[in-house]
Ligand binder design. Structure first.
Ligand code: MIG
Length: 649
C-alpha cells in the first residue's frame, strides 16, 4: 500500500478501523497545514474542488458547503442543518486541483468544515489531538476509494434472501399482527421475504426475551413463517433492563460486564425498559458474553437481526434526571419569562444523549479504563462486531443477516447499516439516493433507508416514487414509526402498481446481488456518482441526483411531488429501459446529452450503458422462487464487450 501514508498524532486509541498495519511516516504531509497541537488540519481548496465521502451524512454527494461532525447521534430529524447522524465516517476524498483521500481515524467527534466558515478552506478539527491520519494518493477518486477500502477490509456479505423486499413497522404487537402482514402481501400477490419484529416482541423490552403472551410458541411461529418463505428479523437494543430475575442483567452485573460510572458502579441510564445498564463492548469478555446471547433467538430459528439504539441512545441518566428535577423545581412559583422558559425547555430536552452522561460512563478496554467521551463512536461498531463474531461460533454454516444503526469505519466488515429514522418527506427520497455512494465509499454496501419514511405520514404518490428508488436499495425495507399512518404497500389504493414495482425489484435481484458481490470482492462501489466515471465531463461531474449502479446501469428516479417526469443527463449514448412490470418493458435508444424523460408513477426507468447488458428474470413471490432459467439479457449493442458475470448463492 505504497500510496497510503500513515501518521500518528499524539497517543491514539486503537479503533480497529483498519486491517492493514502500515509503517508510520514521520514527516507530516506538506499540503496540509497543522495547528501547533495538530488538532486542526487546514487545506486550501481550489475553486472547482469537490469533496466526497463522510458516509452517513445530510446534504449532497459533493459535501462542499457545509460543516459536518462525525459523532454517532440518535437524532430523528434529518434536516439539512444537521451536522451528524447515527454513523460516524471520517473519510473524505478531495477531487480537483489535487486528488487525494483523508481518513482521520479518531473514535470521537471530528469536525469537517468544508467551505462553511471560509468558502475556500477545508478545516478538520479533531476533538483531541490523538489520532491516526491516513493520506491516500491516487489518480482518481475511485482509485482512492478502492485503496481506502483495501485498508479497512472487505465488506460484510448479506444473505441472498436479504435482497428480497422486507416489511417492518414499529410495531407489530402480536404474532397475529405479523401474520396479517404476511397475508396482506401474499393474498395480494406482492413479493415479500421478511417481516421485522420491533421492540414489542420482547417481554418488557428485555433483550433476547420473547413475550409469551403476544408471541406464544415463538419457535413454531418462526417455523410457520419460514414455511411461507418469510424470515422474521427481531431488533436488539443496546441497553439491558435492570431487573433482579432477568438472567442477562444479573450475569452482566455479577461479572462486571457493564459500563461503569466514575466511582466504579454500574452506569445506570434509562431507555425503553426504564433503567438499563450498557454492556461494555470494548471489553473482549463482555463483548463475547453478549454476542453469545443471540443464540437464544437463533436456536428458535431466527436468522437475521438489527441492532438499535447503539450510539448508545440514552433517554436520561439517574444523575442527569436528579440534576434536572432540582433545576426545574427552582422554577416553581416563579413568573416564567422567555429566558426562564427556554431554560426550562433546555433542561428537559437536554436530558437525552447528553455529553455529561457520556462523560460519566466508563469502559474497561481489556484492562485500560477509558471514558466513553473520547471513544463514543466505537460503541455500535463493537456491539455489531460482538454479534458477528458470536454468529461464527453459534451457527458457523449459516449466513445470518445483521445490520446496525450506529457505526464507525470498520464496522462494515461485520454488518450493514440502515440510515435510521428518516421522515416521509420528499427530500428524504433524494437523501436516500445521495447517501448510497457516500456509504459505499466507506465500505457500507448492504445498506438502505426506511422506505416511505419512518416518521410522519406518507401519501400514496410518495410511497410509489420512493418505491421506484427503493427497488435499488440493497436493504429494501419499508419501515415506519409508531403512531404514523400505515404504509405497507398492500394498504394503498393502486395495489396493481405497487405489485408491479415490487416485481421489478425481484426481476433485478440477480443483477443487484451480483453487482453487490463484485463490489465486495473488488473493494468497489456498487453505487457511484457520475463524476467518478466520466472524469472529463463537466455536466456529469455536477450531477447530484443520478447514480451509476454496477457495471451496466444508470438510475435517475423522480423525487418530487406532482412530477410528470424529470431531466436526466446522459454522459454517453444509452439504452433507456422503461419497466412496467417484471416481464413488460420498452427500450429506446437515447443519445448523450440533456433530456426530459416522462416517468409516470407506474414506471421504473433505467439506462443501460454502452456495450453493457442487464440481466433480468421473471419475478418470484420470494427470492427462492426466482428461477434463473428465466433469465434474459437487455443489451445496449448486439456485440456486448463481455458476457455478464452472474453470481448466485
Ligand atoms: O427511539 O424500536 O431507529 O427503527 O422502530 C426509537 C423503536 C427506537 C429507533 C429505530 C427505529 C425503531 C425504534 N427505535
Amino acid at each position: 500500500m505504497d500510496n497510503i501514508k500513515k501518521y500518528i498524532i499524539g497517543k491514539p486509541f486503537e479503533t480497529n478501523a483498519v486491517i492493514e498495519r502500515l509503517s508510520v511516516s514521520e514527516e507530516l504531509p506538506s499540503r496540509i497545514e497543522f495547528s501547533s497541537d495538530k488538532g486542526v488540519l487546514k487545506y486550501e481548496m481550489g475553486k472547482e474542488d469537490r469533496i466526497y465521502g463522510l458516509g452517513e451524512a445530510v446534504r449532497g454527494i459533493n459535501k462542499r458547503g457545509w460543516i459536518y461532525e462525525t459523532y454517532c447521534s440518535d437524532d430523528p430529524m434529518h434536516t439539512e442543518t444537521k451536522r451528524s447522524l447515527y454513523g460516524a465516517h471520517p473519510f473524505i476524498v478531495v477531487d480537483g486541483r489535487e486528488t487525494f483521500g483523508l481518513f482521520v481515524d479518531y473514535p470521537d467527534k471530528v469536525t469537517f468544515d468544508i467551505g462553511y466558515s471560509d468558502i475556500d478552506i477545508l478545516e478538520i478539527t479533531v476533538k483531541s489531538p490523538n489520532y491516526c491520519l491516513y493520506v491516500i494518493e491516487g489518480e482518481t477518486p475511485l482509485d482512492i476509494v478502492r485503496s481506502f477500502r483495501r485498508l479497512i477490509g472487505k465488506s460484510y456479505i448479506a444473505p441472498y434472501w436479504a435482497f428480497g423486499f422486507q416489511q417492518s413497522r414499529w410495531s407489530y404487537y402480536t404474532s397475529d399482527d405479523v401474520q396479517k402482514i404476511i397475508d396482506g402481501y401474499r393474498n395480494n400477490d406482492m413479493p415479500l421475504d421478511a417481516v421485522y419484529l420491533d421492540i414489542d416482541y420482547m417481554d418488557s423490552f428485555k433483550d433476547f426475551t420473547v413475550s409469551e403472551e403476544r408471541f406464544p410458541d415463538f419457535e413454531k411461529f418462526v417455523e410457520k413463517a419460514k414455511q411461507q418463505h418469510i424470515h422474521l428479523v427481531p431488533i436488539i437494543d443496546a441497553g439491558v433492563k435492570i431487573e433482579e430475575d432477568y438472567g442477562i442483567y444479573t450475569e452482566g452485573r455479577d461479572n462486571g460486564y457493564f459500563c461503569k460510572d466514575k466511582d466504579g458502579n454500574d452506569f445506570v441510564a434509562a431507555v425503553w425498559p426504564g433503567k438499563v445498564c450498557f454492556p461494555d463492548f470494548l471489553n473482549r469478555e463482555a463483548s463475547h458474553w453478549f454476542g453469545m446471547k443471540y443464540k437464544t433467538l437463533i436456536d428458535k430459528g431466527i436468522d437475521g437481526f438489527w441492532n438499535d439504539m447503539n450510539e448508545p441512545a440514552i433517554f436520561y441518566s439517574e444523575e442527569g434526571l436528579e440534576k434536572a428535577l432540582d433545576k426545574i423545581s427552582e422554577y416553581k412559583g416563579k413568573n416564567i419569562g422567555i429566558y426562564d422558559y427556554f431554560g426550562l425547555k433546555d433542561t428537559v430536552l437536554g436530558l437525552s444523549n447528553s455529553f455529561d452522561d457520556y462523560s460519566s460512563m466508563y469502559h474497561n478496554a481489556d484492562g485500560e479504563i477509558v471514558c466513553h467521551n473520547g471513544v463514543h463512536n466505537l460503541y455500535g461498531f463493537n456491539m455489531t462486531k460482538s454479534a458477528s463474531e458470536a454468529f461464527k461460533q453459534i451457527a458457523p454454516d449459516k449466513n445470518i443477516l445483521l445490520f446496525s444503526r450506529a457505526s464507525y469505519i470498520g464496522m462494515h466488515r461485520y454488518g450493514g447499516i440502515w440510515t435510521g429514522d428518516n421522515q416521509s418527506w420528499w427530500s428524504h427520497i433524494k437523501l436516500n439516493l445521495q447517501m448510497l455512494p457516500s456509504l459505499n465509499m466507506c465500505g457500507y454496501l448492504y445498506t438502505g433507508a426506511d422506505l416511505v419514511g419512518f416518521g410522519d405520514n406518507s401519501t400514496e404518490e410518495l410511497a410509489l416514487r420512493w418505491l421506484a428508488l427503493g427497488v435499488f436499495n440493497p436493504l429494501m425495507r419499508n419501515h415506519s414509526a409508531l403512531g404514523t399512518k400505515d404504509q405497507e404497500f398492500f394498504r394503498y389504493k393502486n395495489k396493481g402498481i405497487f405489485r408491479n414495482l415490487l416485481k421489478i425489484r425481484y426481476a433485478l435481484i440477480p443483477y443487484l446481488y451480483s453487482e453487490y458481490r463484485k463490489a465486495v470482492e473488488n473493494d468497489d462501489m456498487m453505487f457511484k456518482p457520475l463524476a467518478f466515471e466520466y472524469r472529463d465531463d463537466k455536466y456529469a461531474k455536477a450531477v447530484e441526483d443520478q447514480l451509476l449502479l454496477g457495471e451496466s446501469l444508470m438510475i435517475a428516479p423522480v423525487y418530487e411531488p406532482n412530477a410528470i417526469g424529470r431531466y436526466v443527463y446522459l454522459p454517453e449514448d444509452m439504452l433507456m429501459v422503461r419497466f412496467k412490470s417484471d416481464c413488460e418493458y420498452e427500450c429506446e435508444k437515447k443519445i448523450k446529452g440533456h433530456h426530459f424523460i416522462e416517468i409516470p408513477v407506474t414506471d421504473v426507468v433505467v439506462f443501460v450503458r454502452k456495450g453493457r447488458e442487464l440481466p433480468i428474470v421473471k419475478a418470484g413471490m420470494y427470492t427462492d422462487e426466482i428461477d434463473l432459467a428465466t433469465i434474459k439479457y437487455i443489451r445496449n449493442k448486439d456485440d456486448v464487450i463481455s458476457a455478464y458475470e452472474l453470481i448466485t448463492e
